[in-house]
Design a protein around this ligand. Structure first.
Ligand code: NAD
Length: 489
């Protein structure tokens, strides 16, 4: 297969760190290669921060906080609006870079970047609505009693590689809207997208010290920043395991913590659902970003009368997907982002097959350069299979039959995850019951669009603490203060 670059002049930029107002092309922690997952070929290398740069970044964030919090809400809002406009202007190039380092089809990358602009716009508007309240005094002689929200302070933020624009944008938009400064660590595999995002914020007028961006050894960076006295808040998007680790470190220093963690989303397909409609939207949703989506549909519980047809047609849909380089306009599913994901998929497949699951299609790495894995469908997967309990985070769908709605809801809620959950029904009462009883932070009935700038996004149970986006996302970066003023004499 040949790469079809839509515009050969669009190149991969040299990844750099942003520390104390300077872009650094070299740092004391060395450098790490950045790969194009469609070919396993080198794109460039990212400098790695050592102790020196981490200290400088934390101090810079403290200084940036002192400056940025002085900007009025209206001024911060204007800067965020300008950032959003710049991103829309630069969307094509940023999307190209995103696809180069992450692998998803270019159209998905473009949607991701424009969604970032919408998130930043929304949080910019919300900055103006950071309301408090006044409270009636209990005793005479008290002049005022108010409850206000103030920015928490410098934030250490950690984001994974699956949405390298959207996930940093969620954190940067809310933190900056609230008046906080940030040290952000994107994943080392996808640094350039975050770099271009940070550049847009800076070009729009964010105080340079208010945004620091570092890459490095993840364990060293997180341990150093979380323990640093300048850092007041920790926000991580990532796996449950890393979320727990960073949450423990934050708790040790009594620092505020937001964790947007992994999921294992169920989909309940009710007896009255329109099966063709369900299939069409479900195949697309499942294999979007090669299944590397935290709220990706994974466990499909299908009413028994539709089970056979669903398995057959879902399998056909999955098997027909066109795999390729994300820059090829024909591509429907790109590669996985790194080689380790392929090994992980193979382990899940071997375990499920060994336990008696029916492999309907896929299950193998694709013999070509790059990290491609076939869209995979399993039917009748035993509950003990690893993939039924651990997040596959890849192109694997699991289909199970059910007889009663009680049973389907119980199975959907059986795991310690609670991020996304979905259901398809044409019955209003059933829709309300599912909305009420599914244990997840986001429930989508009859569609998969649960991630929107205006709506809070966050997990229940081990899938997380706190929310991003929506007005709730902004509040994560504020703390409450009670102010009561009495008469001076
Ligand atoms: P990960 O947990 O391995 O890493 C997440 C981030 O934490 C990375 O930047 C990583 O470098 C950093 N990190 C900091 N300290 C670390 C340490 N001590 N050890 C390892 N990493 C450390 O996650 P991943 O594999 O990059 O991403 C996939 C996971 O993220 C999936 O579980 C997915 O569901 C989840 N995710 C959740 C959301 C959400 O909003 N809930 C969104 C996207 C992805």
């Amino acid at each position: 297969m040949t790469v079809q670059h839509p515009d050969p002049s669009l190149n991969y930029p040299a990844p750099a760190l942003h520390v104390a107002g300077q872009w650094l092309l070299q740092a004391s922690g060395g450098a790490r290669e950045v790969l194009n997952p469609a070919y396993a070929s080198t794109l460039g290398s990212v400098p790695l921060a050592g102790a020196l740069e981490l200290e400088a970044a934390a101090q810079s964030a403290q200084c940036g906080f002192a400056q940025w919090r002085q900007r009025s809400a209206l001024q911060r809002s204007e800067v965020l609006r300008r950032t959003a406009d710049l991103l829309r202007t630069r969307a094509r190039y940023i999307a190209h870079v995103l696809t180069l380092e992450q692998g998803k089809p270019l159209a998905e990358s473009l949607r991701e970047v424009t969604l970032c602009a919408d998130i930043i716009d929304f949080q910019g508007e919300e900055a103006k609505r950071l309301y408090g309240r006044t409270v009636a005094p209990r005793v005479a002689g008290i002049l005022s009693q108010t409850v206000v929200r103030q920015p928490i302070g410098p934030v250490a933020a950690f984001t994974p590689w699956n949405f390298p624009a959207n996930l940093p944008a969620r954190k940067l938009a809310s933190a900056l809207a609230a008046g906080c400064s940030v040290v952000i660590k994107p994943d080392e595999q996808t640094p350039a997208t975050c770099m271009l995002l940070v550049q847009a914020f800076l070009d729009a007028g964010v105080v340079p010290d208010a945004i620091n961006m570092v890459c490095g050894d993840p364990a060293q960076v997180s341990a150093t920043l979380i323990a640093h006295p300048a850092i007041a808040k920790v926000s991580v998007t990532g796996s449950v395991a890393v979320g727990k680790l960073l949450g423990e470190q934050a708790a040790r220093h009594v620092k505020r913590f937001t964790g947007e963690l992994g999921g294992h989303a169920p989909v309940i397909v009710c007896p009255d659902a329109d099966i063709d409609f369900v299939l069409k939207s479900s195949v697309l949703a499942k294999y979007r970003n090669a299944g590397q989506v935290c709220a990706s549909p994974i466990r499909f519980y299908v009413a028994r009368q539709h089970y056979r047809e669903f398995v057959e047609k879902f399998t056909q849909g999955a098997a027909a997907l066109r795999l390729g380089c994300g820059l090829d306009p024909q591509t429907q599913m790109g590669p996985l982002t790194h080689a380790g994901r392929i090994d992980c998929m193979e382990r899940f497949v071997h375990d499920a097959v060994a336990r008696g699951a029916r492999l309907m299609t896929g299950g193998h790495r694709v013999e070509r350069p790059g990290y491609f894995f076939e869209p995979t469908v399993f039917a009748d997967v035993p509950a003990q299979a690893d993939v039924m309990r651990s997040e596959p985070f890849g192109p694997i769908a699991l289909v199970q039959p059910f007889d009663t709605l009680d049973e389907a809801i119980a199975q959907a809620n059986a795991l310690p995850y609670g991020l996304g959950a979905y259901a398809f029904t044409r019955d209003l009462l059933t829709a309300h019951r599912l909305g009420e009883e599914l244990e997840a932070g986001m429930v989508g009935i009859n569609h998969y669009g649960v991630s929107q700038p205006e709506m809070p996004f966050g997990g229940w149970k081990e899938s997380g603490i706190g929310q991003e986006m929506g007005p709730e996302g902004l509040l994560q970066y504020t703390q409450v203060k009670t102010i009561t003023v009495g008469t001076p004499t």
